[in-house]
Ligand binder design. Structure first.
Ligand code: RI2
Length: 329
């Protein structure tokens, strides 16, 4: 593949395609692969012109970032790596490649240790005998539950199947493998079982500046049912899922995927008059969230802005900042 005169390495094309097709999925996992893709692209560069290398990397970064629109962890991880190069003055392409690969390694290792820390902090919020409900498959929230389970606190976990892609089955299998008592339920049974639940633990694809949590479609309904049943709602989220774009007034775009993920193509062909919609994320307002468990601490959702200020600066919020650069279509 070629973009703007630059050849995109096939390994990078593959990673982007796998993210798009959800073979690589989960906001944290997507972010780690995004960083890895930039490192691979850097290593594959064979020229000697530094300015050209910067342009090439920016082109690859825009290409990788556009794989999926909602999980802000992807543009954030890619920007983290690329901005390292933008802020440094390596004497040659060889050193520039080193800057990029080091930054990618740093991001990946930060991300891995963030998940471990979240697991420790989140487990403190689980009490002995708690029944938990989770939605979709989030590695951060599965790790919280497994850690609490190892501490002997988890009574049972209700896992929603999470139509249409059924990622709940991945979470159910991972938890059961660890010896957690798992009950898999259809999405429509959420309210029915919520009265038995003490705590909801789910992940995030993005956290907005006002503390709204964007996560797999149906999360907001789980939160609604939890509020009614007085169950607490915890979000397990690394801070690189916090969206700097929302500080400058942008909304988190909600990805709408193929109808064929909802019904098969035969049914679609037989019922051409029916419109099938497949939005894959929704926003849970901060009022429905008890706390966001991050690697920097357990915070109320309303404090999301403080994390963003700490990470990206106070005022003025520059639209020139690498992390704020507009997304390609
Ligand atoms: P971790 C997933 O999105 C789910 O919405 C999940 O809650 C979120 O990413 C966070 O997952 P998708 O890629 O980063 O399945 O905690 O669309 O693994």
């Amino acid at each position: 593949m070629e973009i703007a005169g630059y050849r995109i390495p096939p390994e990078v094309v593959r990673i982007r395609e796998d993210i798009k097709a959800m073979k690589i999925r989960g906001a944290g996992n997507i972010a780690r692969h995004g960083a890895q893709a930039i490192a691979i692209a850097a290593e594959k560069y064979s020229g000697v012109d530094l300015e050209d290398f910067r342009k090439y990397l920016k082109t690859v970064a825009d290409y990788v970032k556009s794989a999926r629109p909602t999980a802000v962890s992807l543009p954030n991880s890619v920007s983290y790596v690329v901005s390292r190069l933008e802020r440094s003055t390596p004497p040659s392409v060889r050193e520039a490649i080193e800057v990029v690969t080091t930054a990618a390694r740093e991001f990946i290792s930060y991300s891995e240790s963030a998940v471990k820390l979240i697991a420790q902090l989140g487990a403190r919020r689980i009490e002995r005998g708690d029944t938990i409900m989770t939605h979709c498959h989030s590695r951060a929230s599965v790790e919280v539950i497994i850690t609490a389970h190892r501490q002997g606190k988890v009574e049972r976990v209700y896992v929603k199947e999470t139509r249409p892609m059924l990622q709940g089955l991945i979470a159910a299998a991972e938890l059961a493998r660890e010896g957690v008592e798992v009950v898999l339920i259809p999405d429509s049974a959420v309210r029915y079982y919520m009265k038995r639940v003490d705590k909801v633990v789910v992940g995030a694809d993005a956290v907005a500046a006002n503390g709204a949590v964007i996560n797999k479609i149906g999360t907001s309904l789980v939160a609604l049912a939890a509020r009614e049943a007085r169950a607490r709602v915890y979000i397990a989220s690394e801070t690189y899922k916090f969206s700097p774009y929302t500080v400058v007034g942008e909304l988190v775009p909600i990805e709408v995927r193929e109808s064929t993920e909802v019904v098969d193509s035969t049914w679609l062909a037989e019922n051409p008059e029916v419109t099938v919609l497949n939005p894959v994320f929704d926003a849970t307002p901060p009022e429905y969230v008890d706390a966001i468990i991050t690697e920097r601490g357990v915070i109320p959702p309303q404090s999301a802005i403080l994390i963003l200020i700490e990470e990206y600066g106070v005022t003025p919020v520059s639209t020139e900042h690498p992390a704020y650069s507009p997304e390609p279509e």
